[in-house]
Design a protein. Structure first.
Length: 139
């Protein structure tokens, strides 16, 4: 193993695991220090790419500010990152969606990935079993 990678593994812990991918809409909360004041700013947009691994991993988020597209690259192990929220899961077929840069309006929309909800399936099963139990008790 390369000595640099070995030292990197030992000394730089990975702060957060990536639980999002390209196409997802996320909100990144990061700290900004202005003079002697600190505040948290939010950057909400679509993940264009996730790159790298371990402590050197980065992800790029794109948002529209008015009619201007703004992209920002965030390192995963940055001490200024406070929180990452996944707002919407996107349904895309690529790991890097650079084609979204050229699109405007409706063509720039990303379909939402439908996730199976276990809670609904569980509640249907419970309701059916309650009905069966009530029918057995009535007899």
């Amino acid at each position: 193993m390369d000595k640099i990678k070995q030292l990197e593994k030992e000394w730089t812990p990975v702060k957060q695991q990536i639980d999002f991918k390209a196409g997802d809409t996320i909100t990144v909360h990061y700290r900004i220090s202005e003079g002697n004041k600190e505040r948290t700013q939010q950057f909400q947009g679509v993940v264009v790419q996730c790159k790298g691994s371990g402590s050197t991993a980065t992800f790029t988020v794109r948002k529209m500010s008015g009619s201007v597209g703004v992209e920002r690259i965030f390192p995963i192990s940055s001490p200024f990152l406070e929180n990452i929220e996944v707002n919407k899961r996107g349904d895309v077929n690529r790991a890097r969606i650079f084609y979204i840069r050229d699109r405007r309006g409706k063509s720039a929309r990303i379909k939402e990935r439908r996730m199976p909800v276990a809670a609904e399936e569980g509640s249907k099963g419970k309701a059916a079993s309650k009905k069966k139990a009530a029918a057995v008790e009535a007899k």
